[in-house]
Design a protein around this ligand. Sequence first.
Ligand code: AMP
Ligand code: MN
Ligand code: MN
Ligand code: MN
Length: 291
Amino acid sequence: MPNIKKLASQTSVNYDFHSHTHFSDGALSPKELVMRAIDKGVNLLAITDHDSISGLQQAHTCKAKNDLSLDLINGIELSANSDFCDIHIVGLGIDTGSNQLNQLVKEQKIKRWERAENINKKLKKSGIDNILELIKEDHVDVITRSHFAQKIIKLGFAKDNKQVFKRFLGRKGKAKAQNNWESLENCIRVIQEAGGLAVLAHPTRYALSNRKLSYLIEEFKIEGGDGIEVSYPSLNPDQASWLEMHRAKNDLLASAGSDFHYPDLKWSDLGRFREVKKDIPHVLDQLLLNL
Ligand code: AMP
Ligand code: MN
Ligand code: MN
Ligand code: MN
């Protein structure tokens, strides 16, 4: 199999640095995700499950067994607490053997189950019973609000994701529960001590004003963050230019990815995001060096 480092000089690297498997809230197994990535023309994939590295080994095994023409970057998407709101930090190129990372993942997983109990209690008060019991039947490892969303929709209490987050799970929803994630600075530190790059995920999805978002990006840089996602589905050209301006101003590396979760959401399929300009500093350059 040709290594991507050689490929990079010959053809373009079709990367996707943000994707999920069923080890968090994605629909596909690591093997299915890898196969779909190849099918979609992606040849460098980072699997970035929410607060989990459990799916990475299966992806590597699948690649080795089938001699696949795709390289893998070990990734994670950590939930973190910032001065402005809860945020997501993508870690890229991490060593999965890192003790600190494994410890953090263990703690975040416990926090997620504690929060799930709270969400469940609030749902019960709103007349929606037994959701957590239903989720547990699926042997979920890292529990997310998406797991709640799917069951609530299935039971007919909301018609789609938008409605379920508005009514129940979002910031003003009836079953909104407090998060107690690790701090932004600790998440960055743990990712970097595991040899990875810390990237601020999908900045425009935090529903912050431009002013607050620019402060968040500054804080991320001051705390030692490496990069920022400047391209992902749903980002319009104005938002993309705004992000690129703030990336450059804060001297951060660019990153990009689809944030793939489900095959039926065509707008966020693997590899499907606007191409990042070639001449700007990119996490890709660093990650290729370490492959
Ligand atoms: P959690 O990390 O458990 O709080 O869950 C966050 C996940 O829920 C995100 O990664 C998305 O997959 C999903 N999500 C959050 N907000 C929304 C929304 N407004 N609409 C659809 N999905 C959402
Ligand atoms: Mn998700
Ligand atoms: Mn996210
Ligand atoms: Mn994600």
